[in-house]
Write a protein of this length. Structure first.
Length: 277
């Protein structure tokens, strides 16, 4: 078997680098500084970027929206969507992003699996009904926006409501919990926003009912575990309970109080899982 000379490999690498022209490289560098994807403004730029994407050197994240392949691979899913949204927002200044993009922009805890590469926007026109479309519109007769993470997004209350109507309780409970824990909103504010919508808000009320949404949850694992407990129909657990055991304070993540608390057993007598405070 004949090996490939090292000089030939180096030459091939230089040829690949030379395919990205100085003009395209300037566009790439500027986009990287602004933490967004880049795009072509002229026909020749768009054609060059498309060819580079076909060769695997660029990643096409949306129509006429690109990143270098290695930069894309280094980003986690929420940042991938934010980079894409910042690029689209620069070209469409009136666009207000919603759904999972707004969740990422508000920096709410959430499972990364909800990022399905669709671009979700709030719009006063009819919602998108084509399942193949990468642009999904959420109907909003009055779009109130705020700027988060460099893009215009729906308010945190509207974002939580939209997600509750779209995703499972297991997916949305971390969002509600982290928003309440960080004091970004209140249950009253969410309910007030629900009252202004002409949609069935039953799934939102379910997330808030019986304190399902609880600011005492401390991490994503607790969020999802508690959601599974609730969806399975078990008793909703108390959170972050402390026990005084031989003068040492220990705290459990979840607890079900099954009987009155004897005075010698600390604050609570229950079965739970957790760690020492």
């Amino acid at each position: 078997m004949v090996g490939i000379p090292v000089s030939a490999i180096a030459l091939f690498a230089r040829v690949r680098c030379m395919r990205i022209s100085a003009g395209i490289q300037t566009i790439i560098d500027q986009a990287a500084k602004e933490k967004r994807c880049f795009y072509g403004s002229t026909h020749s730029q768009r054609r060059a970027m498309l060819n580079l994407a076909r060769d695997g050197e660029l990643k096409r994240t949306y129509c006429n929206t690109y990143m270098t392949a290695h930069q894309w691979d280094e980003l986690v899913p929420p940042d991938r969507m934010l980079y894409t949204a910042r690029s689209l927002g620069e070209r469409h200044e009136r666009r207000v992003f919603a759904g999972h993009i707004a969740v990422a922009a508000h920096k709410l805890d959430h499972p990364w699996r909800i990022h399905d590469n669709t671009v979700v926007i709030a719009a006063s026109c009819s919602p998108t009904v084509r399942p193949s479309s990468r642009l999904r519109r959420i109907y909003a007769p009055r779009v109130i926006s705020c700027t988060k993470s460099g893009i215009a997004v729906t308010t945190i209350e509207r974002t939580l409501i939209d997600c509750a109507l779209t995703y499972s309780l297991q997916d949305v409970l971390p969002m509600f919990d982290s928003a309440l824990r960080s004091e970004l909103t209140t249950k009253d504010a969410i309910l007030q926003e629900c009252d202004s919508l002409r949609r069935d808000a039953g799934r939102v009320l379910r997330a808030l009912h019986y304190d399902y949404a609880d600011a005492r949850s401390e991490n994503g694992g607790e969020f999802e575990c508690r959601a599974v407990i609730i969806e399975a129909g078990f008793m909703v657990p108390e959170l972050q309970m402390e026990f005084n055991i031989d003068g040492r304070i220990k705290r459990v993540d979840f607890v079900h109080q099954m009987a009155p608390v004897p005075p010698t057993c600390g604050r609570h007598t229950a079965g739970g899982v957790g760690s020492e405070a």
